[in-house]
Design a protein around this ligand. Structure first.
Ligand code: RNT
Ligand code: ZN
Length: 413
């Protein structure tokens, strides 16, 4: 079956083995926070704030570092290919001590680095500028309070240093992504003041030059959050300008735009002005609700753009969703595999033929071929990819998830 399908693709000028090689060498950065509803291990109340919300109370959530690692192991065993871990600063291994955010050190992340090393995985990092008393007033790096601003500047600086150690130890650059919740429920009168302060703070955070082979800085914009409906300091325009002028990477989160506004069309433009792109592949439903990613049109469009623009080498693909209403490991597996399936479909596109048709002005052929490509048996290639990686195919996935639920998660209540 596979060989037959391979020939079929070859007749359209598509090299299936090359597509599979690209799949194998494109990691997805697994966000640790799907495993415990963005709780972290600081030993506080784990109350999520700053406009983020996780709904649902599906049993079996990871309560400790060991449980989270066990769950990540399980998730990884369901994913074809080699992936990365995306860790938030609040998930440090603090050994029961209370370490405030401005005091985090590489040593608090050594056990995660070792975990990644033993798994042959790279690692990405994020300062956690939310769910903290010093973020409760709604502002961090743009706060009018100098002390608050200073605290978060120190946290972000410490995070970059940790990022560099991660990159050095794992031999693969760590993407350290700064997202802050700063914004207002109601209409501000001094937008400019907040944005100037944010720019100044970021410039201090990024002052120290780090080796890009170890740490890559990224900044993430947002449109609105719960409690920041009228104003977000770090808007898309703000960060596009910031990243372009400072040559940092830009993070596009699929849920951070107007509900019908996709990020796919932004990719080619953004890559003209910033060196690298970070994606938070997510799915907003009516709002930035962080639903599990699906094999849907917006995600397909994102992956198509990455392939069509030859942008994979300059793009870091991360995920950002957190659903507590379903089995959390299933959420990781379904969402990550959906992103991978979209990428595979994009890699299997008869690109040359489509491009030729477009350049010749033959839009009839272009439209027809796009439809034909959807109808080709791409899922046979997907099953082959799963098989070569010794992970369950689509029909075996649910059983594997249920088995772990019965043997491991059920014991956690
Ligand atoms: C919030 C941003 C941010 C967070 C994570 C936890 O709207 O998307 O990326 O979801 O850092
Ligand atoms: Zn995000």
């Amino acid at each position: 079956m596979f060989d037959q399908v391979k020939d079929q693709y070859a007749s359209l000028g598509v090299d299936v083995e090359k597509a599979l090689e690209a799949m194998a060498s494109t990691p997805i950065s697994l966000h640790c926070w799907q495993g415990d509803d963005v709780g972290g291990f600081e030993g506080g109340d784990g109350e999520l704030g700053s406009g983020l919300a996780v709904t649902g109370n599906y049993p079996g959530k990871a309560r400790t570092i060991d449980e989270l690692r066990q769950d990540l192991d399980q998730a990884v065993s369901l994913l074809p290919g080699t992936h990365r871990l995306n860790l938030h600063a609040m998930y440090g291994d603090f050994g029961g001590k209370s370490v405030d955010r401005d005091a985090i050190e590489p040593e608090h992340f050594q056990s995660w680095i070792d975990w990644c090393k033993s798994h042959g995985m790279g690692m990405d990092f994020n300062p956690s500028c939310f769910s903290h008393p010093k973020a409760d007033a709604g502002f961090t790096l743009s706060s009018p309070d100098k002390g608050i601003r200073g605290f978060w500047i120190e946290h972000c600086k410490a995070s970059r240093k940790i990022g560099a150690v991660i990159g050095q130890e794992l031999g693969s650059a760590c993407v350290t992504n700064v997202w802050i919740p700063d914004g207002m429920k109601d209409l501000p009168v001094d937008r400019l003041g907040f944005r100037k302060r944010l720019q100044e703070s970021l410039d201090v955070v990024f002052e120290e030059k780090l080796d890009p082979a170890q740490n890559i800085d990224a900044v993430e914009s947002k449109l609105f959050g719960i409690g920041s409906e009228s104003f977000v300091v770090g808007s898309h325009e703000f960060y596009l300008g910031y990243a372009a002028s400072r040559q940092t990477a830009l993070c596009l989160d699929a849920g951070h735009f107007h509900p019908t506004e996709g990020i796919a069309d932004k990719i080619s433009s953004v890559l003209m002005v910033v060196p690298e792109l970070l994606l938070h592949v997510s799915r907003g439903v009516r709002w930035d609700s962080d639903h599990v990613v699906l094999f849907d049109d917006p995600t397909q469009a994102i992956m198509q753009e990455l392939v069509r623009c030859d942008a994979l080498p300059r793009t870091h693909i991360g995920l950002d969703f957190f659903d507590a209403s379903i089995n959390r490991i299933a959420a990781w597996a379904i969402g990550t595999r959906a992103a991978q399936k979209c990428l595979l479909l994009a890699l299997l596109e008869p690109r040359e033929k489509l491009r030729e048709a477009e350049l010749a002005g033959d839009y009839t052929a272009r439209l027809m071929m796009l439809e034909t490509a959807k109808a080709l048996p791409w899922s046979v290639i997907w099953e082959e990819f799963c098989h070569r990686n010794n992970v369950p195919g689509e029909l075996a996935l649910l059983d594997a998830i249920r088995q772990y639920e019965r043997t491991v998660l059920a014991a956690r209540s």
